[in-house]
Design a protein around this ligand. Structure first.
Ligand SMILES: [Mg+2]
Length: 434
């Protein structure tokens, strides 16, 4: 449930030029509460509040309940004081998730597969590929809103703009049950009428910091130079982001993301083993297998999970989420080794010849948190940047090979070359020496 500020004045007709406005942000209204009313029609028109129990907080509230001042993250006990006649229901996440899957499958996915699901009730959509059939983004928004309302008794709000930032701000201001198109030449004006907190990502701490500099609206932000913004918020990166956002500019692509899916490989040893060397070799094979499968499908993964099954058939898993998504064995494998050591409490000083404390029957790894490689911003990690500056110091500039390429880039190139060899000569033709 969104608590982002809305402006009544922003919910107006901004014009009808849809040129370049191919990003939609869809946000279902009071989703949990709407679904409860949908399956209990007798609750229609009553204040419905999801989240009950003496120590719980409000997860969602119908618009009728919001009129009493009930809001998300408020203690349920407080909501009861504000709205004593409210209908308080427990959270039924399995039901909300099931309905979310149905709505995404049966309505949103009918338009395009370029959908970035943000949560059960919210997504971005890149409709540029669907315009041949639909002609106008607003026709798509109108159709989805009608379908979801008629079939599931849930209303949704839709923002239409040229980028994710403005589309999201538009859907927020379209609520409830509305649609707002912000033409490209109105992006700056629309964004600049908002209070600071109207920009997603400006939280209470940053707001306080900016207020202390006398900046109390997005229009004030837009009047500042990037240098003074950097002084105000103490970060060049953040200043650059604010500079762009205050003009309604956002370069992030809609990135289809499938949080639930994973790709994995595992194998049972011929006989149980205590050899770290053998377990590592198996994990190396699994990483290579999974990485080439990721590359084949054009995916990158952020989360690595190692799985071990022991001689007594009990098993253990441990996961790590990385700062950026990867698709190479050279990036996945070191994470697996670190996880293996952590799971079995093996100190970093112990080499591969040290016996494992338990007998291992099966080992494997999987990659999850998958996103399409094409839509990802290529952002070097801090390690890459450090390595580059080291390399520049030792080699000087203008080295003929791999100018501007990080070690990670070069390893990725090697693995792609390996993919090509395997496509030609079969999967056993070459393997990776990490
Ligand atoms: Mg919502």
């Amino acid at each position: 449930m969104s608590t982002a500020p809305r402006l009544a004045a922003a919910k107006r007709d901004w014009g009808h030029d849809e040129t370049g406005c191919t990003v939609l942000h869809i946000d279902m209204d009071a989703f949990y509460a709407s679904l409860e009313v949908a399956r209990h029609p007798e609750l229609k028109g009553r204040p419905v509040i999801i989240g009950t129990g003496p120590r719980s907080v409000v997860s969602a509230a119908s618009y009728e309940a919001r009129r009493y001042g009930v809001n998300s993250a408020m203690p349920s006990a407080r909501a009861r004081q504000l709205c004593p006649n409210g209908v308080f229901l427990p959270v039924d996440m399995a039901y909300y998730r099931m309905m979310s899957h149905r709505i995404f499958d049966e309505v949103f996915s009918q338009i395009t597969d370029r959908i970035e699901k943000v949560s059960v009730d919210e997504c971005y959509m890149d409709v540029s590929g669907a315009l041949l059939r639909w002609r106008q983004p607003s026709a798509i928004g109108a159709w989805m809103r009608r379908e979801v309302a008629e079939r599931y008794h849930v209303t949704c709000s839709v923002g239409i703009a040229s980028n994710k930032l403005v589309a999201k701000m538009a859907s927020t201001n379209a609520k409830p049950d509305g649609m707002l198109l912000i033409p490209l030449d109105k992006h700056a004006e629309f964004v600049q009428m908002m209070p600071l907190r109207g920009i997603p990502g400006i939280g209470p701490a940053l707001e306080q910091r900016l207020l202390a500099w006398g900046v109390d609206s997005v229009a004030d932000l837009a009047a500042m130079s990037e240098e003074s913004l950097a002084r105000a918020c103490g970060s060049r990166t953040m200043a650059h982001g604010l500079y762009l956002a205050s003009r309604g500019v956002d370069g992030r692509a809609v990135t289809p993301y499938t949080p639930e899916k994973s790709i994995g490989a595992e194998r049972t040893f011929d006989e149980d083993t205590r050899s770290m060397r053998r377990v590592c070799a198996l994990l190396r094979w699994a990483c290579d297998d999974v990485a080439s499968s990721l590359r084949r499908r054009g995916l990158c993964a952020r989360t690595v999970t190692v799985k071990l099954r022991f001689a007594d058939l009990s098993y253990m898993t441990k996961a790590h989420t990385m700062e950026r998504a990867v698709d190479t064995a050279s990036a996945l494998y070191p994470q697996c080794v670190a996880l293996l050591r952590a799971m079995l409490h093996i100190p970093d000083t112990a080499g591969e010849d040290a016996p494992l404390p338990r007998e291992i029957r099966l080992a494997g790894m999987s990659a999850s948190g998958l996103a399409e490689t094409a839509g990802l911003e290529v952002q070097p990690t801090l390690d890459d940047l450090l390595e580059e500056s080291d390399a520049a110091r030792t080699c000087g500039t203008g080295s003929p090979d791999g100018v501007g390429a990080t070690r990670a880039d070069r390893l990725r190139g090697a693995e792609q070359a390996l993919d090509a060899v395997r496509r030609k000569y079969g999967s056993k033709a070459a393997s990776l020496g990490l």
